[in-house]
Each structure stands twice: as C-alpha cells, then as structure tokens.
Design a protein around this ligand. Sequence first.
Ligand code: AMP
Ligand code: ZN
Length: 137
Amino acid sequence: MSDCIFCNIVAGKIPSAKVHEDEWTLAFMDIGEVNPGHVLVTVKPHVENIYGLDDRHAAAVFQTAARVARAVKTAYAPGGITLYQANGPAAGQTVYHFHLHIVPRYDKDGMRLTWPAKNPPREQLEENAARLRAAFD
Ligand code: AMP
Ligand code: ZN
C-alpha cells in the first residue's frame, strides 16, 4: 500500500526510530509518545487491523511485544506497562495498518481509558458466550 504510512516505514521510505525487527514484525518508537519508551509493534505486510491477522503474524506480534515490554522494563523501570490496540474508528484507530502500543505507565501520567462496567446477570453472560461460540471460525 503505497499511501500507508506504516507500509512506508516498514519499507524504509519514511524514517522511524527502530527498536527491533524480525521476519514478520517491526517495533519502532511512537512519534506521539505518551511516555518515553512508548513503542509500536507492527506487522510487515499491510493488514488493516486484527480481523486480517493470520495466526503466524498474530503469534509474532505478541512475541515481539513481550520482548519489547521486557526491554522497556529494563530501560525505564516504569510503574507499569499498558498494551493498547485499536481496531476501527469507534475503538480510536487512526492508522489503518495493524499495530500494538506498548506504553510505559506511571502513577498519574494522565493516560485514561474509562471502563463503564455493566455487571450483567450470569444468564446474560452465558447468552453472550453462546453467541460468540456460534460465531467462532
Ligand atoms: P492508533 O490511534 O492506535 O491507530 O495509533 C496510531 C499511532 O501512530 C499514534 O500513536 C501516532 O502517534 C503514531 N504514528 C503516526 N505516524 C507515525 C510515524 N510516522 N512514526 C511513528 N509513529 C507514528
Ligand atoms: Zn500498511
């Protein structure tokens, strides 16, 4: 995809601060970091979001993420690390080439995701699970 910013980063046509690269993934610094050490792990082929990830790339992304997280912990010793991954506009995705954020976290660092828990009855949870089992491929 010639007009995709992350395809251009993978191809080396747009500069990035690379952290790690292997056959399937590239990890580089987020230009709009929330905290120092904020890394994006992306897959090399153009895949818009998680729906298009094959098993090999899905596994490779998490393997790279775990390695990057350990490096972030060693290098920055943050109070915590949040993994954030958006699919589609309602989820807040802004770049449509799959990527996973690895964000070092600190107390009161201002990063916020509100979590409006509904706590439905057990029967509702069973119904939801059955619906998803039926949709599984
Ligand atoms: P999302 O909103 O989850 O799709 O995240 C997209 C992320 O890509 C944002 O955090 C941006 O700061 C980051 N980003 C956009 N362009 C670049 C770039 N050229 N180099 C590094 N990160 C980028
Ligand atoms: Zn792309």
